[in-house]
Design a protein around this ligand. Structure first.
Ligand code: SOE
Length: 404
């Protein structure tokens, strides 16, 4: 396949003007969003509230050559002033700690500005539902960056399942294991904080006030759940879950294990851990249907395994596989690896296509339909709240549908 061969895209009349909230000096995910937004040349970053601290906001803006007059330290002021400019931003990327996702998104949606937000969507189901309702009322695009859904082979897997290639879904197995929280909390940090770790010193993900109540569950369990749901197209009815904190003094969970029941009788298991020694970013999905199974491993994203019942295992590869979804998400020819940044960029491509369509009053182009949105975020929060509920009831079966 040649470069961009098969890529279906509506040509955009101009680059979209992008703003960013969060992502100041040293922030990991903000820098990733900026790279992703640049890759396919549909955006220019023109404004930002990169930090709530005025000095840090200014130095972070200078470091990425953002116009000083469009660097803010208050996101509300940014929303107001950008909405009032004739050349104001079309869309804002929200890359703050989780507790700010909902208030920041609300401010920009109210100002009539499209949103691209990092996951998890919010810190409660109630917040998530309110965001979905607001985006709908304002008729604005709200993309949620579940990165791993941007891989061509994940999209191909989704298409395979939709085509019926797996038959009736029976078993789902998804895991997301990392090890970066495996080490003991240094004694000095713990002692200085009455035996608990200092959330400020160890980052916002370890601080329930800024992260929300779900630690590993929210950070990577949300990706695992979403990937399984995205590819299988199936949402469980019930789950049974246990959260655990292995490292003494940690204020949120660092491990979660879940059993899932589906209405058609299918069964699933999900575990996510950030204390899984030796694991870098092992997000793995296996689906088993009545006719065939498939397996995807995020650390080898250019491959997808497909095995028909009674037949040979087939390694399908990006760049050679036939399918519109994979071709739309592919940039370079077979054998030239694409990875994490391209997957992230794919979400920005699809969001750009949807934003341009919304702005012109056109229907959303069908090739951008695989974008994850605020609706996925609501389902993710339903999952998170169900896990918290089940855990609080000593790991009993709970229904996902129960409202907040
Ligand atoms: C850290 O655990 C992290 O960066 C997550 O926050 C991301 O969502 C995941 O994609 C990679 O790991």
């Amino acid at each position: 396949m040649g470069i961009n061969h098969g890529k279906q895209e509506t040509r955009l009349p101009r680059r979209l003007r992008l703003g960013m909230v969060g992502g100041g000096d040293g922030a990991f995910i903000g820098a990733v969003h900026r790279m992703a937004a640049r890759l396919d040349d549909h955006y220019e970053l023109v404004a930002g509230a990169l930090s709530g601290n005025p000095l840090r906001a200014a130095s972070s803006a200078a470091a990425i050559r953002l116009d000083r007059s469009r660097s803010y330290s208050d996101y509300r002021e940014m929303a107001r002033r950008e909405a009032a400019r004739p050349d104001g931003i079309d869309v804002v990327a929200i890359v703050t700690p989780n507790y700010l996702h909902a208030p920041v998104a609300t401010a920009f949606l109210e100002a009539g500005i499209h949103v691209i937000c990092d996951k998890p969507l919010a810190v409660s189901l109630q917040e998530a539902q309110a965001l979905a309702a607001l985006a709908q009322r304002k008729n604005l695009v709200f993309a949620l960056t579940h990165t791993y859904t941007g891989y061509p082979m994940v999209r191909h897997a989704k298409e395979l399942v939709e085509s019926g290639a797996l038959g009736e879904l029976r078993l789902l197995q998804v895991e997301y294991s990392q090890d970066w929280l495996a080490d003991e909390i240094p004694a000095a940090t713990a002692a200085a904080n009455g035996g608990t770790q200092d959330p400020a010193a160890l980052g916002w993900r370890s601080d329930p006030a800024r992260n929300g109540p779900a630690g590993t569950l929210g950070d990577v369990g949300s990706h695992a759940y979403q990937l399984a749901q995205y590819v299988s197209g199936a949402t469980p009815d019930q789950l049974l879950a246990e959260l655990h904190t292995f490292v003494p003094g940690r204020l949120v969970d660092d491990h979660v294990q879940v059993m899932l029941r589906y209405a058609n009788g299918a069964r699933g298991t999900l575990w996510a851990s950030q204390v899984a020694t030796g694991c870098e970013n092992a997000l793995r999905l296996r689906l088993y249907g009545s006719k065939a199974s498939l397996a995807f491993d995020q650390e080898n994203p250019n491959q997808l395994w497909f095995t028909p019942q009674g037949g040979q295992a087939q390694c399908l590869t990006r760049g050679r596989v036939q399918g519109q979804a994979a071709e739309h998400a592919t940039r370079v020819p077979a054998g030239h690896p694409e990875g994490y940044l391209e997957a992230f960029a794919q979400l920005y491509v699809d969001a750009a296509q949807q934003i341009a369509a919304r702005n012109d009053g056109r229907p959303i182009p069908s090739h951008s339909r695989f974008l994850t949105t605020v609706e996925d975020g609501v389902q993710g929060m339903e999952f998170i709240e169900a896990v918290l509920r089940s855990h609080a009831q000593d790991a009993s079966w709970v229904s996902l549908a129960q409202q907040a």
